[in-house]
Design a protein around this ligand. Sequence first.
Ligand code: IPE
Ligand code: IPE
Ligand code: MG
Length: 247
Amino acid sequence: MKLYSQEQLEAFGLSGLLPEHVAIIMDGNGRWAKQRGLPRPLGHRAGMERLKGIIRLTSELGIRALSLYAFSTENWRRPKEEIGALFGLLVEYFTSELNELHKNEVCIRVLGDIAPFPEIVREAINCAIAKTISNKGLKLNIALNYGGQNELLRATRALLQEIIKNGLIQEEINLEQLEAKLDTVGLPAVDLLIRTGGEQRLSNFLLYQSAYAELMFLEEFWPDFSNECYLNALRAYQKRTRRYGGL
Ligand code: IPE
Ligand code: IPE
Ligand code: MG
């Protein structure tokens, strides 16, 4: 597994603390394709190609966790042809990239509920999760049929079930127990949230986990989000002052 040294990071202009957890809303694939007179699925394919480079760089920088928004609970509203094309790309991605990811000690996890996905997609995803489960490198979280509101609902239900089972009283319930029921259990809070494609909204992504995230809304469409754009965002992150309500 390649990991940059402190000197190499400094050569990139990264001298301070890197975020522990980066979250990315990979938006703009459709508009990227439209700009070129291409069908939207080709924009998603270009987006997938870019994804590979960003994952590799994140892993080499030694960032602990990367969460990528790939399919939201609201994306079911899209035409079924586009959804089908996205499913096809998911299978292709998890199948063709698995060995490379495993070699780099990447540990794959899904955020969201993939139960409604076709079996072939679930199989490819579950196989990738199982193979990489013990890897100690980058924690790569792919958000699929994910929505922050749905996650909080599922977490609440799971917590309630535990409360009933263990006979807990209301005052005994704390944030730690709620966090233990989130899809991101065990991961640090989001430090840096990047959205490409120019929109300035969260679109239901990691609502709880981004409570104190530094937000960056960038104009580039996702397929145009180069390693240099990413490094720029990390450099900008290092210049921010995080106060968490203090002084
Ligand atoms: C984001 O790109 C990828 C997914 C939602 C799967 P879009 O498909 O939303 O691209 P735009 O926003 O229409 O350009
Ligand atoms: C957010 O992008 C979801 C993903 C990137 C997977 P959308 O394109 O679905 O978001 P809206 O509809 O513009 O808010
Ligand atoms: Mg979009």
